[in-house]
Design a protein around this ligand. Structure first.
Ligand code: AKG
Ligand code: FE2
Length: 408
């Protein structure tokens, strides 16, 4: 789908400006209040590579520049599995998204209950229990219970599904008032990330893996309108971590989201000022902070891509901890896109025939049964939907080691 196609399709579903303006007034649509950068310089920060997308040029003459970006990316995905993407979108688009995320949580509790994720199953989701963590709608704060004292978590979500499937997204899904009145803007941002940013990142990964550019995007992430089973099925999420008290921090051991590796292929998180996201170093197991870059995406490799690459790319363990002292009076507001390939994608390198992976010896583990993206998504998704699973060690799913709900 070319850039003009998805933009035109969204333009056809433009929300009545009067309806939008009224909803924005009612739900206090406003600039997201940025916390000042923390002055508490943590000892352990990780310097992530920043892939500057303004250097990405299409066509034959852009190839040397793309190769340079690919080289930079290769170090990042094979070492940390985390990197930043800068200059990827106009500032106004990002400011609007922070505001949309913020106002989504201003719906009253009765409405949130009515749109409790995983409960108002869409017809095509009837046989697929997506639960609170993956289903369309709200995850209330407190759904998860942390540690032995069962402290409720402090993060609310609103999950957004099917935004690349226009008929399902615009015509066949029910939404709370604020989301419905801003559906075109929400669709625009996440389609932009899918069709522009993801596509470019995948083309760079093609170069890393010595595949023809376009291979990964065309084969695993291209959208067939109206055919959900043969289209990528990731989901997006608005998140709001509400500020907490010292007493709360004591009960949770400062944890806002337990250590985990994402189950998807790639995650695109909007960078925001509260210093809370940490990555666990593969070699030392030490937790390191990810710093804020205004206007950037923080991107990580999830389990699926790591498996597709035979382990060459790392699916890093990360967690969210309490805000530093000087940012404690602010809520933490952001948005992300969990990007999944087409559900039938096999999660091993056999599917990609990468000369690079062959040469380096990253192969399918012949002892393990082959699994698909849908199998992994459902299995790990079911795990994340458990209310009070606290683990101190990694575990396995389908014989593959993986991480979720880590408490240390
Ligand atoms: O809030 C964040 O920074 C990251 C959240 C996250 O890791 C997740 O939802 O999987
Ligand atoms: Fe995550």
């Amino acid at each position: 789908m070319s850039s003009s196609d998805w933009k035109a399709a969204i333009a056809e579903h433009k929300v009545d400006p009067k309806v939008k303006a009224e909803a924005r007034k009612k739900f206090h649509f406003r600039p997201s209040e940025d916390a000042p950068t923390s002055k508490i310089a943590p000892e352990n920060t990780v310097q992530l590579e920043a892939i500057d997308l303004s250097k990405y040029k299409e066509g034959e003459e852009g190839l040397p520049a793309r190769k340079e970006l690919a080289d930079q990316l290769e170090g990042a995905v094979t070492k940390y599995g985390f990197f930043k993407v800068t200059n990827f979108a106009p500032k106004e688009l990002l400011e609007q998204l922070f505001s949309l995320s913020q106002s989504t949580f201003e719906e009253p509790d009765e409405v949130k209950k009515q749109f409790f994720a995983g409960e108002h199953n869409l017809p095509h989701e009837k046989n697929r229990p997506l639960g609170v963590v993956r289903g369309s709608g709200y995850k209330p704060a407190g759904f998860w219970k942390y540690t032995e004292n069962k402290t409720p978590d402090n993060v609310e979500f609103f999950n957004i599904r099917n935004f690349t499937q226009f008929d399902t997204f615009f015509n066949k899904t029910e939404y709370p008032e604020f989301i419905k009145a801003n559906l075109d803007d929400i669709a625009y941002y996440f389609n932009y990330v899918h069709h522009e940013v993801l596509r470019k990142v995948l083309n760079l990964i093609d170069l890393i893996l010595e595949l023809p550019e376009g291979f990964l995007y065309e084969n695993y992430f291209s959208v067939v309108q109206g055919d959900l089973a043969n289209s990528p099925d990731g989901s997006a999420r608005f998140l709001l971590y509400r500020k907490v008290t010292d007493e709360y921090n004591e009960k949770t051991g400062n944890i806002w989201m337990r250590g985990h590796a994402d189950q998807d292929a790639l995650t695109f998180l909007l960078s925001q000022p509260i210093l809370s996201l940490q990555i666990r170093d593969h070699d030392t197991n030490q937790w390191k902070y990810v710093t804020h870059t205004p206007g950037a995406l923080i991107v990580n490799i999830g389990d699926m891509f790591s498996q597709i690459s035979g382990g060459y790319f790392k699916s890093s363990i990360h967690r969210v901890v309490t805000a530093p002292e000087d940012q404690r009076q602010y809520d933490r507001n952001t948005a992300l896109y969990f990007c999944n390939p087409v559900p039938t994608t096999y999660l091993d390198p056999d599917a990609v025939h990468s000369p690079k992976l062959d040469r380096l010896g990253y192969k399918r583990d012949a002892k393990l049964e082959r699994i698909t993206a849908a199998q992994w998504d459902d299995k790990k998704g079911e795990f994340f939907n458990r209310v009070s699973e606290n683990r101190t060690k990694d575990f396995t799913l389908f014989g593959r080691p993986t991480v979720g709900s880590l408490v240390v």
